[in-house]
Design a protein around this ligand. Structure first.
Ligand SMILES: [Zn+2]
Length: 618
């Protein structure tokens, strides 16, 4: 294993020396995914364009629309104030406040992410006003760039902020066809260069001699590689290819690839984010070590996740087998950094699903969707933003104590990315990953095909998919059958018997499709229990399908004395209701999914009172 890692490192070093020539060669031979295919490895599933998946009325569409509107209403002079004032330029307008201001914790840190999100909303909607706003912001930002990089002087997060700007400018070029974006990207890179470390640095280490050391701790240079690979693809400039390689966090990745759990004690969100750089390195370089790092890293995260799919109490990974996850329920109200964590989780699981076609990554994305991000409080126009999910026994949703924190940058991004997370394309057909109301369009064998998804899932288990094709077309529709969905069935065109679908696989339906063909998918939503960790076997969460059901706390001084059987007997008054109930000696216990809880007190986990039943999974 060690030799293989060293071999990969040697190969990377050789690639680095050849970077400019190699970049030209790679461009001449086409996209990296195509190279993987021609070298005998199965091609990764392709993402659809943002425009190709239109969400229909429902909670995802609502969250995307409200974030789009929030960004459209942000004042442009206010957005530019930290950039203009740190460059010594006139900076009209008023401060946004919170983390964002010129001398605040993270000046202008969310600007690049908001630009990315606006570009993605333009790509989804085609809205001209959104594109015009992006173009004004790029031009005004470009005019604020100081070649000496004054913006980055005595700035706590030079790598973090640069990384987000790179993403925003790439998206402005890719999705808003902004001709100023790539020149602004080059000047941004030149300005930031003196303030970036020589290579990926651990979180908390200082990076720049002569700068205030304390202000450079917590920077996240180990997340840079992914966007540098994108910048290389977008510009063809070999500098970005070399830079992507330079910032690959290979000391971390090699440990994970070798099966060593390097997570405990590390800052959670940013290290999950860095695993997307590993996945992108695999797609670009074809390096097996980077894929193993991403896969093993995901498995190690999954093993220390809450029943919601969230992880990282107090923003850090815990020691496996220590009982720290269960212990965090006592008083750790910072249970999961929800928008940032969910954004990183979506990105990583989308990569791994594309590369491996393994259902478990879609299952995990879905769990994070319904139990974390979809229940985040909307960002308010004054910058109040949801940050941490609270998993204590008397929890409540709240805003972060600071206006415009990091999570106000990632919530608009993930809501835009619901589109590209719904379906993925293979050479032989379409993979359906999320069962959300949507209209999907794609090209299959040169024909323009469409799929409409209609469902109230996960509150109901029935999903109806309807095909539209210009003429009969033969291809495969792949349906994700979650690992918990025992008894799932599929039927085409309401004829004949339902066929059973194997949980934990993609059900593949290959046929000659005609316009109006209908697929009926039925996913049972069994109630089941999951304990928080092996050291707290009697602390369990109740799940219904992908939904974690959280108990509404009516009397914090006297929690109900529940057994496992009590919890598993919870029922809905109406099969469509968003609330489950159980009667307990004259007391009604109510449970709801995270997205159906407002400011009521709740408890994700319940302490059950009897000894663990033999064979129980919880
Ligand atoms: Zn955050």
């Amino acid at each position: 294993m060690h030799d293989r890692v060293n071999g990969t490192r040697r190969r990377l070093a050789q690639l680095g020396a050849l970077a400019p020539a190699l970049a030209r060669t790679l461009r001449a031979y086409g996209a990296p995914e195509q190279r993987l295919q021609s070298s005998g490895r199965r091609a990764a599933l392709a993402e659809l364009g943002y425009r190709q998946v239109q969400l229909c009325s429902g909670p995802l569409q609502r969250q995307a629309a409200e974030n789009h509107a929030l960004l459209m209403n942000l004042d442009e002079d206010s957005l530019l104030r930290p950039y203009r004032s740190r460059a010594g330029l006139p900076a009209p307008g008023t401060d946004l406040g919170g983390w964002y201001d010129s001398d605040a914790f993270a000046p202008g840190a969310t600007f690049g992410q908001w630009m990315s999100a606006l570009c993605r909303y333009h790509a989804i909607s085609g809205d001209g006003a959104t594109r015009a706003k992006v173009q004004r912001l790029v031009a005004a930002y470009a005019a604020s760039i100081d070649p000496q990089g004054k913006f980055y002087r005595h700035n706590r997060f030079p790598a973090y902020i640069y990384d987000k700007l790179v993403g925003g400018l790439i998206d402005a070029h890719r999705h808003a066809q902004d001709i100023g974006a790539l020149p602004a990207l080059m000047r941004t890179t030149q300005a930031a260069a003196p303030y970036l470390p020589a290579h990926a640095m651990p979180h908390g280490e200082g990076i720049k001699a002569g700068e205030d050391f304390s202000k450079h701790a917590w920077d996240e240079s180990y997340t840079l590689a992914e966007n540098q690979f994108f910048a290389w693809r977008e510009t063809g400039d070999a500098h970005y290819y070399a830079s992507a390689r330079r910032f690959l966090y290979d000391e971390f990745f090699a440990a994970l690839a070798a099966g060593h759990n390097a997570l405990p004690g590390k800052h959670a969100y940013s290290h999950v984010n860095s695993l997307s750089s590993a996945a992108q390195a695999y797609l670009t370089l074809g390096s097996p070590m980077h894929l193993r790092a991403a896969e093993n890293g995901f498995a190690m995260i999954d093993a220390q996740s809450f029943a919601t799919g969230g992880w990282g109490p107090n923003e850090h990974f815990v020691e496996p087998g220590s009982g720290a996850l269960g212990a965090s329920l006592e008083d750790q109200i910072r249970g999961f950094e929800t928008p940032c964590g969910a954004y990183a989780h979506f990105k990583l699981t989308r990569y791994l699903l594309r590369i491996t076609r393994n259902v478990l990554y879609g299952d995990s994305m879905e769990r994070v969707l319904y139990n974390t991000i979809l229940g985040a409080l909307p960002i308010e126009p004054d910058g109040n933003a949801f940050y941490h999910s609270d998993y204590t026994r008397n929890a409540q949703k709240c805003f972060n104590e600071n206006l415009w924190p990091c999570c106000s940058g990632t919530l608009p991004m993930i809501a835009a990315d619901y589109s590209i997370s719904t379906c993925l394309q293979a050479g032989d057909g379409l993979y359906v990953n999320l069962y959300v109301p949507a209209d999907v369009s794609w090209e299959q064998g040169g024909a323009s095909c469409g799929l409409s998804i209609r469902t109230a899932y996960p509150y109901e288990g029935s999903i109806l998919l309807t095909l539209s094709v210009p003429s009969p077309q033969t291809f495969v529709v792949y349906l994700r059958i979650p690992a918990w969905a025992e008894g799932a069935t599929v039927r085409v065109n309401s004829r004949g018997a339902r066929s059973s679908a194997q949980p934990g696989t993609f059900a593949a339906i290959r046929r000659e499709w005609r316009a109006g063909d209908r697929i009926e998918l039925e996913l049972p939503l069994p109630l089941r229990l999951q304990r928080v960790d092996d050291q707290h076997r009697d602390t369990v969460a109740l799940l219904a399908g992908p939904l974690a059901l959280m108990r509404l706390v009516d009397d914090p001084s006297e929690p109900p004395r529940l057994t496992r059987a009590d919890l598993l007997a919870a029922r809905r008054q109406d099969p469509r209701a968003h609330e489950w109930q159980l009667e307990l000696r004259g007391r009604t216990v109510k449970l709801r999914p995270f997205a159906d809880i407002g400011f009521e007190r709740y408890s994700l986990y319940q302490d059950v009172r009897e000894a663990r039943a033999g064979g129980s999974q919880a």
